[in-house]
Write a protein that binds this ligand. Structure first.
Ligand code: AMP
Ligand code: ZN
Length: 493
């Protein structure tokens, strides 16, 4: 093993890159805030899970045993992250005239389908918020006396009861406070609901009895409880999109601090205990109109990309081509370029595979490849620098003097971190039929056979006419390429 670089990860708590030291040697416990299942995930949401998967794969690459939890939020998330507005799940159920459970099941399935299509390793466990309501009530009961107060709308957390509230958001510098909506009776603007009481006459589909009346848990409580229940406190890494750095995660931290102060544990509870050692955040996927968001509507889903003929792994490659802490721009053109890059990669890997008849070599000995693998480990270890790591893969494939079997072994090693399934997919797999295609694959092949015959007879007028007719139907004709043809991808964005 040439990989010697220590894994260094950016910690939003300190706003610096720190050397990763797990709580239990050899193990990494990771919690990722999951989707609120009231709508399809958009590509921006999915960037968050490509990021956590990259983190997970890098931890595996470095030899850690990883326990990874992603939650499904099926209750409690209001239309504003700061406890104002409607419950997103109840609102979606009303709008679609469906039961909330059906809404949750439908969008959970769709989300898991997206995760699989992006070759994201399924978490060790999907935790579903509504399965944890009794534990949430127990957690809230534990901290209620010392840290919470009751008003008409529910049980609220008093952020002045924990030291250093908001250190993660640095809200005073970042103007995060300005985004918090006022709720009558709150003691501090940043106080947030732990338990929301059903309003008199409110017809909620989901509500539970609690010491504070019938109602539903607050969204922030869910993640504290599910992470604690499955990973213990403290655990190693908590992830989410950068929006969560401002409200959701500071609130989770405040709850964790409170819980720890009320129930000191053997693990050395401290007043400034945050629950997780590392808090990591991916930056936004943006389009021309700004951050992609569900509430803004008009967002792009993985389904719509596939409908246009773009393979999901092209989106994964696009995510990997930018550092997770940089904003990433999305447009049809940009994802189209990522698809082209993926096709080239797959084509090169296919050639290497053919040359390395017996499969990948057991060991990598060529000095240039050894060096590139070490550089690759160093790039991954440098806060998951996937853009650099990708260029090292290109370089490794280009070391023509090395045995093909060794180059293939490089692809195997590197793709374990990228998750692009480079050894499993072929160019034909990447040729996805656009939903609105006006011609079938069999018809295209038949037309191309006719064209070949016309060319053999030097009937170039007929051959050109066939090609033009195919182009008009959205088919790109590729003379001299064994694949023969491709779909021409048209994206509106
Ligand atoms: P939600 O389903 O809204 O709770 O969001 C799921 C995840 O997606 C969270 O980690 C968010 O922070 C993240 N997220 C939301 N919008 C974007 C975006 N435009 N780019 C990247 N991540 C996002
Ligand atoms: Zn969360």
């Amino acid at each position: 093993m040439t990989d010697t670089a220590p894994l260094r990860l950016f910690n939003s708590l300190t706003r610096s890159v720190e050397t990763f030291e797990p709580i239990t040697p050899g193990e990494a416990r990771v919690y990722s805030c999951g989707p609120t299942v009231y709508n399809y995930a958009h590509l921006g949401n999915l960037r968050a899970y490509v990021f956590t998967d990259t983190l997970r794969r890098a931890l595996l690459w470095k030899g850690y045993d990883v326990t990874h939890i992603i939650n499904i939020t099926d209750v409690g998330h209001l239309t504003s992250d700061a406890d104002a507005g409607d419950d997103k799940m109840e609102a979606a159920a009303r709008a679609q005239a469906k039961s909330i459970w059906d809404i949750a099941a439908h969008y959970t399935d769709a989300f898991k389908g997206n995760i699989a299509a992006l070759n994201i390793i399924a978490p060790s466990e999907w935790t579903v918020a509504t399965d944890y309501v009794p534990q949430m009530i127990a957690f809230a009961t534990t901290i209620a006396d010392r840290h919470c107060y009751e008003i008409d709308s529910g049980l609220y957390f008093d952020v002045s009861t924990v030291p250093n509230y908001g250190r993660l958001a640095r809200s005073k510098d970042d103007e995060g406070e300005g985004r918090i909506d006022p709720v009558a009776g709150k003691r501090n603007p940043q106080d947030f609901a732990i338990w929301r009481k059903s309003a008199p006459g409110e017809n909620r589909q989901m509500e539970w009895d609690s010491p504070w009346g019938k109602g539903a848990p607050g969204w922030h409580l869910e993640c504290s409880v599910m992470s604690h229940a499955n990973l213990g406190h403290p655990f190693d890494i908590h992830t989410g999109g950068i929006d969560h750095r401002e409200i959701h995660h500071p609130n989770e931290i405040a709850q964790n601090q409170a819980f720890c102060a009320c129930v000191p544990t053997d693990s050395g509870a401290q007043a400034d205990f945050t629950g997780a050692r590392w808090w990591m955040h991916n930056n936004f996927l943006v389009d021309r109109s700004g951050k992609m968001s569900k509430s803004k509507g008009g967002f792009t889903t993985l389904f719509s990309l596939i409908d246009a003929g773009v393979h999901p792994l092209a989106y994964r490659l696009l995510c990997l081509s930018a550092h997770y802490r940089s904003e990433l721009e999305f447009s049809g053109e940009i994802v189209g370029a990522a698809l082209t890059r993926l096709k080239r990669l797959v084509m090169t890997v296919e050639t290497v595979k053919k040359a390395a008849d017996g499969g990948p070599a057991d060991a990598i000995a060529h000095p240039r490849l050894v060096q590139l693998l070490e550089d690759f480990g160093a790039a991954l270890s440098d806060d998951l620098n996937t853009p650099t790591a990708l260029t090292l893969l290109d370089e490794a494939l280009g070391v023509k003097k090395a045995l093909a079997a060794e180059r293939l072994a490089m692809v195997t090693r590197m793709d374990a971190a990228f998750g692009l399934n480079l050894l499993g997919i072929s160019r034909t797999d990447l040729r996805i039929r656009p939903k609105d295609a006006a011609i079938t694959e069999a018809e295209i092949e038949a037309e191309l056979d006719r064209r070949q015959a016309a060319r053999a007879e030097k009937d170039f007028a007929a051959s050109d006419a066939i090609r033009d007719a195919l182009i008009a139907k959205g088919v790109e004709v590729m003379d001299g390429d064994p694949l023969r043809w491709e779909w021409a991808i048209r994206l509106d964005q």
